[in-house]
Design a protein around this ligand. Structure first.
Ligand code: ZN
Length: 307
């Protein structure tokens, strides 16, 4: 039986990141994103030769985007499954998330009766990074592994505003979806910004940067319906170049202050991604300024994965 894993997700991600930097070079992202499927197969064989991940396969998983499953035999043999039809970028994050469950939680998953043959993860837990507990840990690991902050920050400085050209380039650089790249940026930016994902004129979910939240700029989407302002690009179904570049909306449209709005429509997922960037600098998140990957919000909150 393998030893219990008590490492924090970010520490684990930082360790693999250092290893990849060493083997492939610190400039590896100039060439290719993390090959997360190859990594899961190879790394699991190294750390747990008796009980590795044998395959990463596409399956129909209704209601879920990914799963980490094991077979009857002991020691346990594992597989990662990802739901059919995911874009390469989404698949990458899904596989990373399940790989994280393997690294950090496989004993829990194997022993706890609440799990039956594996763990199944839904869109909220993976694509929106909206889960709690071990779901949050798996997302934190994956974001740190696929988009290391030391590299991301060089591409997009913490104090700089962003545009869709840069965000698309970053999504490509890290082999992730546009939303995953934006969520990563929102984690460390010192600007006041927000992403709103909507459909048919209503927000499905939204995520502010720390400084935006601190200055009271956020949108509630849980247990409530948020209708986009009628002037918003997404509400007007304006997906022109002008929407991609963005305009400044006056005070009173979104909030009681002006805000720069840009909007991108994804036909594949039938949703609009709106990025709002506020004009004036707001109060900053002092304690987040110079942190490395290892110090993320949930570690500060004391939610270490140790059990
Ligand atoms: Zn999960």
């Amino acid at each position: 039986m393998s030893q219990p894993i008590r490492l924090r997700p970010l520490k684990e991600a930082a360790r693999i990141t250092q290893m990849l930097d060493l083997v492939l070079g610190a400039d590896r992202f100039d060439r290719a994103p993390v090959d997360v499927i190859g990594l899961a197969l190879e790394y699991s064989r190294q750390i747990a030769p008796e009980s590795p991940i044998h395959e990463v396969v596409e399956r129909n998983l209704p209601g879920c985007v990914g799963a980490l499953v094991y077979g009857e035999a002991r020691p346990r043999q594992w597989a990662i499954m990802y739901h059919v039809g995911q874009s390469d970028g989404r698949r990458s994050f899904t596989v990373g998330h399940e790989f994280a469950h393997y690294l950090l939680h496989r004993q829990l998953i194997e022993q706890d009766e609440g799990f039956d043959g594996g763990i199944y993860c839904d869109e909220n837990s993976v694509d929106r990074r909206g889960g709690a507990g071990i779901e949050q840990e798996a997302d934190a690991f994956t974001a740190a592994l696929l988009m290391p902050l030391h590299d991301f920050r060089r591409q997009q400085p913490a104090k700089a505003r962003v545009d869709f050209d840069t965000l698309s380039r970053l999504a490509k650089r890290y082999g992730v979806s546009l939303t995953a790249a934006i969520l990563r940026w929102l984690e460390y930016t010192e600007t006041r910004a927000m992403m709103v994902v909507s459909n048919e004129g209503f927000a499905r979910w939204a995520k502010p940067s720390g400084p935006a939240l601190k200055s009271g700029r956020f949108i509630r989407t849980k247990n409530t319906v948020y209708e986009l302002p009628s002037q918003a690009f997404a509400a007007r179904r304006d997906y022109s170049d002008r929407a991609l570049t963005g305009i400044t909306q006056q005070a009173g449209v979104w909030f009681t202050e002006p805000v720069h709005e840009m909007c991108f429509r994804s036909d594949r997922y039938d949703q609009e991604i709106t990025v709002l960037q506020f004009e004036a600098d707001g109060p900053r998140f002092q304690e987040e300024e110079e942190e490395s990957d290892v110090f993320d919000h949930f570690v500060r909150n004391g939610q270490a994965p140790d059990r």
